[in-house]
Design a protein around this ligand. Structure first.
Ligand SMILES: [Zn+2]
Length: 90
């Protein structure tokens, strides 16, 4: 069973967590200034790298909090987790 380190609760089984998409997305400061193409790219276009990827996760069946994780998409191994606003592991 895959175990994930919640930065608030510690190591728990993966069934307690939900994937929340790509991490570190920044909402445009003035969305009304964007054209439709730029807005659509902000809403729907995500990176899909092979290897190291920063992701947002939620401990939905635990503390309920969101956090970030760096995961290797080729091995499904978590390289580290950190709180929102924290620094990704190197
Ligand atoms: Zn938790």
């Amino acid at each position: 069973m895959l175990l994930i380190d919640c930065p608030y609760c510690g190591r728990r089984p993966e069934i307690e967590f939900a994937y929340g998409g790509q991490a570190h997305l920044v909402r445009p400061a003035r969305p009304a200034d964007l054209d439709d193409q730029q807005w659509a790219e902000y809403l729907y276009i995500r990176s899909n790298p092979r290897g190291r990827h920063a992701e947002r996760w939620r401990h939905i069946r635990g503390c309920g909090r969101f956090f970030n994780a760096v995961r290797d998409t080729t091995t499904d191994q978590f390289l580290g987790t950190y709180r929102i606003g924290g620094t990704p592991p190197s």
